[in-house]
Design a protein around this ligand. Structure first.
Ligand code: NAI
Length: 326
């Protein structure tokens, strides 16, 4: 059956890296036809039309049709998968409150449109920053959709952490399992090696270098976005699109037996993360659901860092509450 995939911010740079991969079958598999619905702001509809022309020109056998609109209601009508990429970036002189307010103006109506018209099985991934709090805003305005269907992306952080560990130990990325990103998709995030495994051995023990972990690994992963901007002159786009593909594909197809991944999902209060916050956890995907991995022991080093990132999420939630956005 054809799956309706809605992508917001379709004319942006992540959109450009993402749409071709969705249409080629990398999101849902080579047996699943897709219908794309692209949402843009009116000024960018023409650019989205240009991308759609290129999608046509690829003659992807799985791509059934493309609809382009600036109307959220139309874009989310019947959506099975919703990738919320478009967001308002922070511009010079913008305070955090202004940023949250501007994004609330985007994610509130999108949440309402998802509530009103998306398919019963809709799954939502928020990529646009501040991703966790934007996801919370959308989720709070979609009361008829199970809260667990709203997620935010920390898979790029996860993949970055896997890559850094692989380089440090000189092992292929496929040797690494059970790594986890905790907290917010921001510089406070905590990439956790204490439960990760490298060829079946504990990763922190294999590294055996707390100074590297504290002073190199964690900041390199957390500040990788800024390092990419510095080097490329533009923010991560292909890697962000790749992570969005990974997030949805894992959600739909499941994690490998014995492994887990990272995603920001609605907290059920696990690990002291306040219920209802959209925070990153180690998660397994089973039967089309992301579930938080339970029962991990958290030592003081990890506790302090998880708490700091979660405190930032609480502040963001309180700020959008104060603004009347949730
Ligand atoms: P971009 O600026 O190239 O594209 C954003 C697009 O969104 C623009 O075409 C814009 O017209 C559109 N847009 C703005 N408001 C919209 C609305 N209300 N409805 C529909 N479309 C709208 O930005 P880029 O590089 O594609 O990044 C998109 C977002 O993803 C940014 O917020 C960025 O910070 C975030 N990001 C998140 C990552 C993560 O790991 N969670 C990683 C990398 C980027």
């Amino acid at each position: 059956m054809t799956v309706n995939v809605t992508v917001t911010g379709a004319a942006g740079q992540i959109g450009y890296a993402l749409l071709f991969r969705i249409a080629s079958g990398q999101l849902l598999g080579a047996d699943t036809p897709v219908s794309l619905r692209l949402l843009e702001i009116p000024q960018a509809v023409k650019a989205a039309e240009g991308t759609a022309m290129e999608l046509d020109d690829c003659a992807f056998p799985l791509l059934e049709d493309i609809e382009i609109t600036d109307d959220a209601k139309k874009a989310f009508d019947g959506a099975n998968i919703a990738l919320l990429v478009g967001a308002r970036p922070r511009t010079k002189g913008m305070e955090r409150g202004d940023l949250l307010a501007a994004n609330g103006g985007i994610f509130k109506p999108q949440g309402e449109a998802i509530n009103a018209g998306a398919a019963d099985d809709v799954r939502v991934l928020v990529v646009g920053n501040p991703a966790n709090t934007n996801a919370l805003i959308a989720q709070q305005h979609a009361p008829d959709v199970p809260a667990e269907r709203f997620t935010a992306m920390t898979r790029l952080d996860h993949n970055r952490a896997v890559a850094q560990l692989s380089k440090k130990l000189g092992v292929p990325v496929s040797a690494i399992r059970r790594l986890a990103i905790w907290g917010n998709h921001s510089a406070t995030q905590y990439p956790d090696l204490f439960h990760a495994e490298v060829n079946g051995e504990n990763a922190a023990a294999a590294v055996n270098d707390e100074a590297w972990l504290r002073d190199t690994f964690i900041p390199t992963v957390a500040k990788r976005g800024a390092a990419i901007i510095e080097a490329r002159g533009a923010s991560s786009a292909a890697s962000a699109a790749g992570a969005a593909i990974d997030h949805v594909s894992t959600w739909v197809h499941g994690t490998a037996e014995g492994d887990w991944t990272s995603a920001a999902v609605v907290s059920d209060g696990s690990y002291g993360v306040p219920e209802g916050l959209i925070s990153s956890f180690p998660v397994v995907a089973r039967d089309g659901r992301y579930e938080i991995v339970q029962g991990l022991e958290i030592d003081d080093f990890s506790r302090e860092r998880i708490d700091a990132s979660v405190a930032e999420l609480v502040e963001e939630r309180d700020a959008v509450r104060k603004l009347g956005l949730i």
